[in-house]
Structures are given as C-alpha cells and as structure tokens.
Design a protein around this ligand. Sequence first.
Ligand SMILES: CC(C)(COP(=O)(O)OP(=O)(O)OC[C@H]1O[C@@H](n2cnc3c(N)ncnc32)[C@H](O)[C@@H]1OP(=O)(O)O)[C@@H](O)C(=O)NCCC(=O)NCCS
Length: 140
Amino acid sequence: MPVTIRRFDLRDFAGVEALWNACFPDDPPHSRAQVAIPQKLAFQPELFWVAIGGERVIGSIMAGYDGHRGWLYSVAVLPGEQGHGLGARLVRTAEDALRALGCTKVNLQVRDTNKAVAGFYAGLGYAEEPRISMGRWLQD
Ligand SMILES: CC(C)(COP(=O)(O)OP(=O)(O)OC[C@H]1O[C@@H](n2cnc3c(N)ncnc32)[C@H](O)[C@@H]1OP(=O)(O)O)[C@@H](O)C(=O)NCCC(=O)NCCS
C-alpha cells in the first residue's frame, strides 16, 4: 500500500483523533485531539503532518520550533501499520522541516509509562539526556 506523508488538513481531524485514541489511550484531556489540534492549527500549523494509506490516516507527527530548539510531539502509527518504517519516515519529515527553519537540535519527551519506545528513537540517532523534565500550567 503506498503511503503519502502530507500536511494535516481539517478533513483529517476524525482520522487523527482515532489514531491518537488508539496510540495514546491514556493521554490526559489536554492532549486529546479536540484540544491539541485547534491549538496546533493556531501556531505553526505547517509543522503537523499525517501519513495517508488507503485513504485513511495511519500516522501523524507534530513539531514546533521556538528559535532555539525543535520539538516533536504526537509521533504515532496505527498499530496495524507499525513496523514498516513509517514512524521513521514521519520523524525524518519533521526533522527536515525543522532543519530548513535553522533548527540545530531536536528534543522530545517520552512518558515514563512508555519507556519501550526509546529504542525507536535511539535507532534514529536520539540519545537519552540527563535532564529532569519540569512543567507548569499557566492558566489561573
Ligand atoms: C513509536 C512508533 C511511532 C514507531 O512507528 P513504526 O512505524 O512502528 O516505526 P518504524 O517501523 O519506522 O521503526 C523504525 C525502527 O525503529 C525500531 N522500533 C520501532 N519501535 C521500536 C520499539 N518500541 N523499540 C525498539 N525499536 C523500535 C524498528 O524496529 C525499526 O528498526 P529498523 O530500522 O532497524 O528496522 C509506533 O510504534 C507508535 O505509534 N507507537 C505508539 C505511540 C507512541 O508511543 N508514540 C511515541 C510517543 S513518544
């Protein structure tokens, strides 16, 4: 089956939502498609890609560049389509776009409940770094 990677389009919403529900069943509400997709479309929407196979959304990746570092998010391939190189293609697509923007370093976070996926990123040249990941919500 030929698989195309292209920029996200609104017609992909339901497909991406289903993909994320399958790949990230434990994600909190703020990471769900209903919240995260409109937020992404409001900021660097060109850094959001889907993989289309058989007219279905079978993969996704989002990236961001803040002028200092690039970040990857929502790297996902539908369970039945995993293991055929699509995840790697998605990561390379985002890296190429970040590099074209002048980005020299890409970061990503892996939930500690999903440590097994670190092997996937290691195979793509990503190294585990000695950092403590911290965050804070800015809403009142
Ligand atoms: C992680 C994910 C995107 C990988 O997609 P994929 O299409 O299966 O990956 P690929 O087929 O491109 O794999 C590329 C390489 O990584 C390896 N790999 C894939 N998953 C791996 C894993 N969990 N551990 C170790 N290696 C892995 C593959 O064997 C392949 O190696 P090769 O090039 O030597 O053959 C996919 O498994 C997925 O969607 N997982 C659920 C969502 C998720 O956890 N996303 C990451 C959030 S941080």
